[in-house]
Design a protein around this ligand. Structure first.
Ligand code: BGC
Length: 594
C-alpha cells in the first residue's frame, strides 16, 4: 500500500496557487475587543493524569458580549504544574500563571459560542485543577468543571489518555444529526485489542490509551476473526458495544476490502478478485451498514475511513506509467474502485450518525499538479457513483499508514538556495508541497473547487510521522546547494518519499486531537502503531497478502522510489500483524517525544 509514482514532464503551478490562497486566508488579523464590552465566561477544565504528566482540555464559553480575540488566564494551584505543549492557543507560563491567547481562527466568539483548547503538561506532587479563570482580565463566573447542569455545548477535545471511569459528558449531538466536526467535544474509542498489544510492550502504556482505527480488512472481520494474525477477535458490533461501554463519543473504522485491493502493490492485496464488486456490496458493505445503522448506536459518531490507496492508483499507477500494473488497469476499466467507493459512501452515508472520510493519498504521491487535479476529479466521480452524492462525503484523510512529515520546520517550498528553488532538489523533485499539512489544506481547497461541500474537513494520519529521536535535524541544512540545504534540514529521514513500508527511523507523530489547524478536523491514528505494513520476506498466509519487495530491507528499489533502498525494517511480519521492534522504535523516535 501507499504507493508513490515519480513524475516526468512539465508541471504547472496551479496547485501552489491554491495553497497561497489558503495561507493568506489564515493570516487575517482580528481587531481587538471593544473597550467597554461586558465580558463573561464559563470555563470547563478537564484533565487526564498519569504519573508525572497530563493532558488538559479547556472549553471557553462566551456568555458575555461577542469577543474578537481573547486571552484566558489561570494560576496553577501547585508550583510543580507546567504547560509543555499546547494547541489551539498560544500558551505562556510564568511561575504558576498561565496565559493562553486565541489564534486567528478561533478568536471570534459570538455570545453563547464556545471554543476548546488543550495542552500536554507535567506535574510533580499533585495535579489539582485550577479553580479560577480570567478572560480578557475579567474573572469568569461560570466556575470550573464539571458544570452541575448537563452542558449545552460540546465537551472538550478528546483526551489522549481517557480516564478508565465512564465519562460524565453525555453525547452532544441529537441522534441522526451530523455535526460539522465529529471529533470536537468527543472522546475517541480506544480499541482494546490494540491497547492490549501496546500495553504488553515495555513503555507501551504511555501511548496505549490513544484512539486508533479498527480496520475491517476482510468480510470475516465484520463478525471478528479470532484466529487471524492481523485482525482481532472483535467484530463490528463488539467494537460498537465496547465504545458505548467506554462512553466514547466517536469510533473510527477503516473500510478496506475493495475488489482487486491495493492494485499497485502486493503487501496488502485482499480477498476479493477484481470482478467481485457484487460480493463487496452484498457481503461486505451491506452488513457493515446494517450494524452501524442499529438504533442502539445512534449516539455514537461513527467515522468511516473509506478505502485506503484506491482511487489515486487509477490516476498514477495504470500500465504505461512507471511501475504501473495490469491490476490497476483492470479495476479502472471495470469500475470496481469507483463504483465500490460510491456504493460504500451511499450506504454508510445514509446513516445519520455516520461520517465518511475518503482516503486522499499524501503529498509525496499527489503533490504534483499532474496528479493533484486528476485525483480530485476521480474522487468526485466516485462520490457521485452508484447513486451517491457529495453529501455522503464528510471529508478526506491524507497520509494514512504513511510516514510523510506533518510539517517541515527547516525549509519551505518557496525557499531558494544560490538562486535555485528547493523544488529542484532531489528530495522535493518538483513537488509543490514539502509536508502533509500544507498539502492537506491545499487539497481541501481543490476538492471544494471540483464540487465537494465547502464545509468538508481533512484528517491527517499522524500515527507514524513523528521523525524525532537523535537523527532529527535541529536547524536548516548548509546552503552549499539545494540538496545540502534540503537534506540537512529535512526531518523526514527516508531515502525517498516513495518509500512506504515499515520505515526505519520513524517515530510516533502528533497524538490524536480535534481541530488542530485550519481546515483539518483532526489528527488521527488510523494505522495502529506497531502493526506491520508488510512482511520483509515471503510469508505464506491465508489472507491474500503478497510479498512486496518495498518491505525488504535488502531491496534496491525501482522507478517509483527513484531506485533507492526500501528503507524498511527487517524481520517484519505480514501487514497488520504486530511488529514489536517497530513499535519500540516508534516510541523511541516519537515527536512530540513521549
Ligand atoms: C493490512 C490490514 C491491517 C491494516 C492495519 C494493512 O496494511 O493489510 O490487514 O488491518 O494494515 O494494520
Amino acid at each position: 500500500m501507499n504507493v508513490w509514482r515519480r513524475l516526468s514532464g512539465p508541471r504547472r503551478a496551479m496547485a501552489l496557487a491554491g495553497a497561497g490562497v489558503l495561507v493568506a486566508g489564515g493570516l487575517v488579523t482580528i481587531p481587538v475587543t471593544a473597550a467597554h464590552a461586558a465580558t463573561q465566561c464559563d470555563i470547563a477544565y478537564t484533565s487526564n493524569d498519569w504519573p508525572g504528566g497530563f493532558t488538559a482540555s479547556v472549553t471557553i464559553k462566551n456568555v458575555g458580549d461577542p469577543l474578537n480575540g481573547w486571552t484566558l488566564g489561570w494560576t496553577f494551584p501547585n508550583s510543580g504544574q507546567r504547560v509543555q505543549q499546547g494547541w489551539s492557543a498560544t500558551f505562556t507560563q510564568s511561575g504558576s500563571q498561565v496565559t493562553a491567547r486565541s489564534l486567528s481562527y478561533n478568536g471570534t466568539l459570538a455570545t453563547g459560542a464556545s471554543t476548546s483548547i488543550g495542552f500536554n503538561g507535567a506535574w510533580s506532587g499533585s495535579n489539582p485543577k485550577p479553580t479560577s479563570f480570567t478572560l480578557n482580565g475579567v474573572v469568569c463566573n461560570g466556575g470550573t468543571t464539571p458544570p452541575t447542569d448537563p452542558p449545552t455545548d460540546p465537551p472538550t477535545d478528546p483526551p489522549t489518555d481517557p480516564p478508565t471511569d465512564p465519562p460524565t459528558d453525555p453525547p452532544t449531538n441529537p441522534p441522526g444529526t451530523k455535526v460539522d466536526n465529529p471529533y470536537v467535544g468527543a472522546r475517541g474509542y480506544v480499541n482494546p485489542e490494540w491497547k492490549a498489544k501496546a500495553d504488553a510492550e515495555a513503555g507501551g502504556s504511555r501511548v496505549s490509551n490513544n484512539p486508533t482505527a479498527v480496520w475491517l480488512d476482510r468480510i470475516a472481520a465484520i463478525n471478528g476473526t479470532p484466529d487471524s494474525s492481523s485482525n482481532g477477535a472483535f467484530g463490528v458490533r463488539q467494537h460498537l458495544d465496547e465504545a458505548l461501554r467506554q462512553g466514547a463519543g466517536y469510533i473510527q473504522f477503516v473500510i478496506y476490502n475493495l475488489p482487486g485491493r491495493d492494485c499497485s502493490a502486493l503487501a496488502s492485496n485482499g480477498e476479493l478478485g477484481p470482478d467481485e464488486l457484487p460480493k463487496y456490496k452484498a457481503q461486505y458493505i451491506d452488513p457493515i451498514a446494517a450494524i452501524q445503522g442499529e438504533s442502539k448506536y445512534s449516539s455514537l459518531r461513527i467515522i468511516n475511513v473509506i478505502e485506503i490507496d484506491s482511487l489515486p492508483n487509477l490516476v498514477t499507477n495504470t500500465s504505461g506509467q512507471p511501475g504501473g500494473t495490469v491490476m490497476c488497469d483492470t479495476v479502472k476499466a471495470n469500475g470496481a474502485y469507483v463504483n465500490g467507493v460510491g456504493y460504500a459512501l451511499a450506504k454508510l452515508g445514509a446513516i445519520g450518525n455516520v461520517y465518511n472520510y475518503i482516503d486522499a493519498g499524501h503529498h509525496g504521491w499527489l503533490g504534483w499538479d499532474s496528479n493533484f487535479g486528476p485525483t480530485a476529479d476521480i474522487l468526485k466521480t466516485a462520490a457521485v457513483a452508484s447513486g451517491s452524492t457529495v453529501n455522503n462525503v464528510h471529508g478526506f484523510i491524507t497520509n494514512t499508514a504513511n510516514y510523510s512529515a506533518l510539517t517541515e520546520p527547516y525549509f519551505k517550498v518557496t525557499d531558494n538556495v544560490n538562486g535555485q528553488t528547493v523544488r529542484q532538489s532531489k528530495w522535493v523533485d518538483w513537488n509543490f508541497y514539502v509536508d502533509e499539512l500544507s498539502f492537506a489544506q491545499a487539497f481541501r481547497t481543490k476538492l471544494v473547487s471540483v464540487g465537494f461541500n465547502s464545509n468538508i474537513g481533512m484528517l491527517i494520519d499522524t500515527s507514524r510521522n513523528g521523525w524525532g529521536g537523535s537523527a532529527r535535524p535541529t536547524g536548516p541544512g548548509a546552503t552549499t546547494s539545494v540538496d545540502t540545504y534540503v537534506n540537512g534540514g529535512r526531518i523526514d529521514r527516508r531515502a525517498h518519499l516513495g518509500n512506504w513500508c515499515n520505515q526505519a527511523g520513524a517515530g510516533l507523530g502528533e497524538r490524536p486531537r480535534a481541530n488542530p489547524a485550519t481546515g483539518i478536523d483532526a489528527y488521527v491514528w488510523v494505522k495502529p502503531p506497531g502493526e506491520s505494513d508488510g512482511s520483509s520476506k515471503e510469508i505464506p498466509n491465508n489472507e491474500g497478502k503478497g510479498f512486496d519487495r518495498m518491505c525488504d530491507p535488502t531491496y534496491g528499489g525501482n522507478a517509483r522510489n527513484g531506485n533507492n533502498p526500501s528503507g524498511a525494517l527487517g524481520d517484519a511480519p505480514i501487514s497488520g500483524a504486530w511488529f514489536s521492534a517497530q513499535f519500540q522504535e516508534l516510541m523511541r523516535n516519537a515527536y512530540p517525544a513521549l
